[in-house]
Design a protein around this ligand. Structure first.
Ligand SMILES: O=C(O)CCC(=O)C(=O)O
Ligand SMILES: [Fe+2]
Length: 282
């Protein structure tokens, strides 16, 4: 079923019009699924969802991914409540990243539902890793296709009081995850860069941090060029879903005096697939 979408920028993102996620039929859902593959991030305005209804919508996409290090709501553990109080910094997701790259099976998609937002500020930004890959030179594409990243969650990173309290075993070290630097999207077949800022993507596999830093920093600068991005301005009742397999995102920390509360669900993903080494120049 064709659904009505309004693009958020020239590269990625769309607002979906006229959909009530509680009433959505199967044809409507498959239109939304198609739209996510086309736009990488979708938002829906004015949704009224209880935690159970948000969870029911999430389950239409597949199994729920439980965060390895963060606790969920006591009566709905699949939902993580992201809270920033007035007077605190927002530290959750305040750097360019794709969710759970630090696990062997990173989340396929993330869904955020806005419960309480400032009148202005607290937007989320997105950057297309597919467009970023496509815009590289052939030489850089070939090099990138041969590299793998070493990713590690930083349990000690600065966090707001509420978010730090959701990490139970802060002293137990996290396990690293290795992924291809160029990931093939399992549904579209398109290639994209796949990395986070260096607080998670520490280095290339088999190289030192010092050796890796110049190229990681270049690729991040390249991938976050304004023309590869879009931005969601939240209202209470906005629900967004994004595809972690082909974009990065960043939560803006520009509303120091306000509270913001979001309900977040992540969806299970597959093992990452790199470019077949015999196929690199394709
Ligand atoms: O709060 C936000 O806007 C996004 C936070 C984030 O990075 C996430 O939910 O994965
Ligand atoms: Fe995130």
């Amino acid at each position: 079923m064709a659904i009505e979408t309004m693009p958020l920028s020239g590269s990625i993102g769309a607002e979906v019009k006229g959909v009530d996620l509680v009433q959505l039929g199967d044809a409507g859902f498959s239109g939304i699924h198609r739209a996510l593959l086309d736009h990488a991030v979708l938002c829906f305005r004015d949704q009224e969802l209880t935690p159970d209804q948000q969870l029911a919508f999430a389950k239409r996409w597949g199994d729920i991914h439980l965060h390895p290090y963060l606790d969920g709501l006591p009566d709905c553990p699949e939902i993580i409540e992201i809270v920033k109080e007035a007077g605190e910094r927002n530290r959750f997701g305040d750097h360019w990243h794709t969710d759970q790259i630090f696990t062997p099976l990173p989340a396929m998609a993330t869904m955020l539902y806005a419960k309480e937002v400032p009148a202005a500020g607290g937007d989320t930004m997105f950057a297309s890793l597919t467009h970023a890959y496509d815009a590289l030179s052939d030489g850089m594409k070939e090099l990138a296709c041969r590299l793998r990243t070493y990713n590690l969650y930083d349990k000690q990173a600065p966090r707001s009081r509420q978010m730090a309290a959701k990490i139970p075993d802060q002293d137990k070290p996290a396990a690293p995850a290795i992924h291809p630097l160029v990931r093939v999207h399992p549904e579209t077949g398109r290639r994209g860069l796949y990395l986070n800022e260096m607080q998670t993507t520490r280095r290339f596999d088999g190289m030192t941090e010092e050796e890796s830093r110049p190229l990681i920093e270049y690729l991040l600068r390249h991938a976050t060029r304004p023309e590869f991005t879009c931005r969601i301005r939240w209202e209470v009742g906005t629900l967004a879903i994004w595809d972690n397999r082909c974009l990065m995102h960043l939560a803006l920390d520009d509303y120091p005096d306000h509270r913001r509360v979001m309900h977040r669900i992540t969806l299970k993903g597959d093992a990452t697939i790199g470019v077949d080494q015999t196929d690199i120049a394709a």
